[in-house]
Ligand binder design. Structure first.
Ligand SMILES: NC(=O)c1ccc[n+]([C@@H]2O[C@H](COP(=O)([O-])OP(=O)(O)OC[C@H]3O[C@@H](n4cnc5c(N)ncnc54)[C@H](OP(=O)(O)O)[C@@H]3O)[C@@H](O)[C@H]2O)c1
Length: 334
């Protein structure tokens, strides 16, 4: 029997940024995949250019549907003891390089799916997964913070971890953005001392996320002398000039992590000993679950710039790529 068709937005070729309304067959899930009735998705800045910029992430055949994070309701679950039942409300992220979620139904690998925070709407929840998990991995997987401080379980162990994290100074650049705002919130929730770099107009916002100090981009370099440097720089902006400046802030035994455009090593000052790397986020259902719990228990919230209906997809992408957003843009689907 022919599979029913579902509405989807397609990018016809990697070279074109034009998006078109189309139909695709109802998803056929691979083993280990959920099928999710999509409620809302969040586009990423410049995502229509990813395939041209990094073709080696896009080698598998796929329909070129954008948006790799969203929220929705489970229609069918993979077999296994720890699966979420059909009818569960979830939020999710996909690896770049697979068919995205800007369609009515999507297949999503179990490694990227968790129960939606019950205190968030579908639109709010769609704005969380990619940014928050990227921030989580920078702080707790690549960086020196102990995640025990924000995890469920033994309260004494949590207090010990918070105490240890308190000695760690973290500088987040792009602190008002999607990834940056989560990095500030999660690092502060874990007990670290957080400084946020943002435009002066966003200082108040950055402090409201939990930063003890908001620093203007022009002042980041001066942190080396002024505050004896930081243990971790997490830069979400990139660019050679910005990275050069941030090198000034990191201690010699510290770490410089980058998720934006460029590799810090390419502008490492002579003699600077700190470690550095660019990293790529990966899906992790346990991390997503921990973030979901923190949202419900600690009241952490995503910053949503604007919510667009499905048929206004072009306007939503224009807004994201225009670089003037304050938080995430969301597109509702069903
Ligand atoms: N490596 C990975 O795995 C991974 C994962 C997720 C995202 N990313 C990348 O990380 C970057 C940040 O993502 P995001 O979702 O946090 O983006 P976003 O919400 O647009 O935030 C970027 C922040 O950078 C600041 N900024 C400073 N100079 C800028 C400039 N010239 N152009 C644009 N923004 C500037 C902006 O704040 P101010 O207005 O205060 O300057 C903005 O808040 C993007 O490049 C994204 O593709 C990478």
């Amino acid at each position: 029997m022919a599979r029913p068709l579902v509405k989807a937005i397609l990018q016809p070729t990697a070279a074109s940024t034009r998006l078109v309304l189309a139909t695709l067959p109802y998803p056929t899930p691979a083993e280990g995949d959920y099928v999710i009735k999509v409620q809302a998705v969040a586009p990423c800045k410049d995502e229509r250019g990813w395939e041209q910029a990094d073709p080696h992430f896009f080698t598998k055949p796929r329909d070129r549907v954008p948006c790799i994070e969203g929220s929705g309701t489970v229609v069918s679950a993979p077999s296994g003891s720890s699966t979420l039942a059909p009818g569960s409300d979830v939020f999710f992220m996909l690896d770049a390089g697979v068919t995205g979620a800007l369609r009515q139904y999507a297949e999503v690998a179990a490694s990227g799916v968790s129960l939606k925070p019950s205190s968030l709407s579908f639109s709010q929840a769609a704005a969380v997964p990619l940014s928050a998990v990227t921030a989580w991995q920078g702080l707790f997987e690549h960086g020196p913070l102990d995640p025990t401080a924000v995890q469920d379980g033994d309260a004494a162990a949590r207090d010990r971890a918070r105490h240890a994290n308190k000695a760690i100074r973290v500088l987040v650049a792009g602190a008002a953005g999607g990834v940056g705002s989560w990095a500030v919130k999660l690092a502060a929730a874990a007990g670290a001392t957080v400084l946020g770099v943002a435009r002066p107009a966003k200082s108040e916002l950055v402090r409201s996320f939990g930063a003890v100090e908001a620093v203007d981009y022009a002042g980041a370099e001066a942190l080396s002398g002024h505050h004896k440097g930081v243990d971790l720089v997490l830069d979400t902006v990139g660019g050679k000039d910005g990275m050069r400046q941030l090198w000034g802030a990191v201690k010699d035994d510290g770490l410089f992590l980058e998720v934006g455009d460029g590799n810090p090593d390419s502008v490492r000052p002579p003699g600077k000993k700190a470690d550095s790397k660019w990293y790529l986020v990966h899906t992790d259902a346990d991390q997503l679950q921990a973030i979901s719990r923190l949202i419900d228990t600690d009241g952490l919230r995503p910053l949503v710039d604007e919510v667009y209906p499905f048929e206004k997809f072009e306007a939503a992408f224009e807004k994201v790529d225009g670089g003037t957003t304050r938080g995430k843009v969301v597109i509702t689907v069903n």
